[in-house]
Design a protein around this ligand. Sequence first.
Ligand code: ARG
Length: 586
Amino acid sequence: MPDSPLVILAARVRDAAAAVFGAEVTLPDPSVLPARDPRHGDLATPAAMSAAKQLGRSPLELAQALADALEVADLCEPPTVAPPGFVNLRLRDDWLAASVAGALDARAGVAVGADPTPTVIDMVGPNMAKEMHVGHLRSSIIGDALARVLAFLGDDVSRVSHIGDYGTQFGMLIAQLEDAHPDRDHEAEGFGLGDLVAFYQAAKVRFDADATFAERSRQRVVDLQAGEPTARAAWAALLERSRADNDEVLALLGVTDLVERGESTYEPHLPAVVADLERAGLAGEDAGALCVFPPGFTNKEGDALPLIVRKSDGGFNYATTDLAALRVRVAEGARRIVYVVDVAQSQHLAMVFATARAAGWLPDHVEVVHVAFGLVLGEDGKRLRTRSGENPKLRELLDEAVDRAGAFVVARAAERDEPVPDDLDAIARAVGIGAVKFADLSQHRLSNYIFSYDRMLSLKGDTAPYLQYAYARIRSILREAGWRDGPPAGVGPSAVSLGEPQERALALRLSSFGDVLDRVVAEWAPHHLSTQLHELAQAFNGFYEHCPVLRVDEPLRTSRLALCLATARQLEVGLGLLGIEVLDRL
Ligand code: ARG
């Protein structure tokens, strides 16, 4: 695929606008958009309208001047002008045909970027010694999708899990473990912790009720942070057990290459972080705690909000480890740090970023973003809960999706009088996990959404099974045509013709893939990719209803098979970027 049309045309509009309006006129961003009414063209630019406002001139006249100056003959029909001042663009059919022919490869025609940005994606940082719950779903899914898109576009991505392995809660957990298994080697004894959640709750109950236990817990944190070996060993045993649980969930989710760098990793850097803040005059004592008051953060009463970096008991906290992590990441060469963390932590992260900037640890050439997300809701519209009112365990939520997907596959086979597939487990996993992911990634990340197995597993609508089914159907067409492993040799741009409106509509949708991926990154919003794939499948269905493929004569047959293959490639690559598996049969 040549460069995406929006990218090329935005550059052409920029050049023409500078020539006819003058370089001082600022253009709207984006300067080229998909056309609102497809009868007027495929794309449009509102540039003349914003120039007209700035120059106090007639938008229609400026639109005509812009249309005359635009040099787009290589990819567009002659531009047209429409009131109140749009310039409309229609891509040439031969350009679209070439773009289809260029999209038959394994990357669906998308080029690898030339200039990799070292990027850290801070995702899935559960607090350890608790089981992963539904609150960790979105960070995993959204973080993974963004990591995959960036890596696909050529960036140098590390996925970092900033686990909570350092807090004061470890004191009570260590004390609880020591009481449950006195005089025993925690490692050798197979982590007889039973249910981690129950273990944590039992420790908490004792901590709240028993002052001696609470005191000992506090002492054990001090011991732990001082490196006392038995406290360290108990802590390590707790982490290892918790990690083993989490790894199973992450494997089920298909999240790989996650590097664990928990809060405790930064322990050696914490004293310097605090000392440097004090030396720079940024931190001061407030009621015994050492605080930074980054400018611009106030409470409802208008008082400056503190970011506590050393508690009154001398301990470091979440803010201190986040500052240290940021400093280390920048020092290690990160040029972009993406925090995929729930929206409730917006203020914390904003204060961390502001403090790091003030301290000079966050130079301008390093981009930091908080990719915030909303809640997962139950069918009642409230925060998702189990029947007994608990936070659902992620493991159980995913297992149920896989079970239901298995039942769905079995029922479909029965409906069609087919045997149950041999690889039922693998299919159930692909469909069930795919359904959970797509339901999440098809919403704007900041919206809360309702978690509904029935909806996400439906074959109709905006769901993973719908797309997986569309993909499997195209694969079966390609198999029948002998195109299973790709096009026959010599299928180039001239082999593709777009005579029917449905063929052209499909080619147009195919051509926007690169633009959509750019937009996912520009807005940190994977739902644009989900929308693209759903619209692609719909365009394909429209095409397939009107245009026979296998029972049509050459050269049309090859042309239509190329459209089928390009669609399959884009679905496979696109779903893969969302972390969703495709299936050859469904
Ligand atoms: N441990 C945190 C939590 O469970 C998430 C960590 C997010 N990353 C970070 N750098 N603060 O809420």
